[in-house]
Ligand binder design. Sequence first.
Ligand SMILES: NC(=O)c1ccc[n+]([C@@H]2O[C@H](COP(=O)([O-])OP(=O)(O)OC[C@H]3O[C@@H](n4cnc5c(N)ncnc54)[C@H](OP(=O)(O)O)[C@@H]3O)[C@@H](O)[C@H]2O)c1
Length: 249
Amino acid sequence: MPFSDYKTALVTGASSGIGAAVVERFRREGVEVHALARSGEALHKLANACGCIPHVMDVTDRDGLTALTDKVQFDILVNNAGVDRPKKFLDADPEDIDLLVDVNLRAVLHLTRLVVPGMVARDRGHVVNISSIAGAYNFGGNSTYHATKAAVSMLSRQLRIDAFGSRVRVTEICPGRVATDIFAHVHGDSPEIRERFIEGYELPEARDIADAIGFAIAAPVAVNIGHMEITPTLQVPGGLSTAKPAKAG
Ligand SMILES: NC(=O)c1ccc[n+]([C@@H]2O[C@H](COP(=O)([O-])OP(=O)(O)OC[C@H]3O[C@@H](n4cnc5c(N)ncnc54)[C@H](OP(=O)(O)O)[C@@H]3O)[C@@H](O)[C@H]2O)c1
């Protein structure tokens, strides 16, 4: 389906990283892009640069999302906003659990509920969900993050059943490490954090993820690209730990 068949897009988490790159990619295709995030300054800068329509909104603001989706019929929905609070689950803070569920999962479910029925009725639409390799593999990370991303992954598959019979396509993008500010947002910006996660590595950039999304959207309407796992070449998930029991007493 050429991009020209889609008129409007909603991209969440559009103020930085992957979301901002997707907004810029869609704007280059002439799509009317609604860019949603909390950081007004970054969104307005993006709007000045590429002509997207900024919505300074928290993705957990259900009334705000309802008002926006009542007003605009979206042909493309990119559920991208995401947060992490790395910590072992045994030490998890209750507020972190709620935040990750609210932003990474609950908001995705509500936006999908608000947008996809209209797509099905119009027989046209594309949902792109940004999950993570954390949704598919276990490794040292925040278990709540893994759980929310696994849920987004299953939602992406299940949504195909719910929209079956219509030309509504669903693509799950499952990134490994991407060179964005997510690590600074999660751990705080410092030379140590840049050194730990970014510097010296060969990583996909946000625009590489945006190009992959562009490829899925530009595919003929008969083609649904359901799942794309995109990692650095020099990154691979996996591993196995085996421990002897701690000695009692
Ligand atoms: N970078 C990676 O290595 C990587 C790997 C796997 C998956 N991912 C996933 O990719 C997605 C984008 O991540 P990124 O790397 O581009 O990170 P990022 O630069 O930190 O961007 C995250 C975006 O989410 C928005 N956001 C966070 N909380 C929000 C809220 N309550 N309401 C609205 N927007 C909110 C942020 O905007 P505001 O703060 O302005 O609201 C920001 O625009 C996330 O879902 C992330 O889990 C990233």
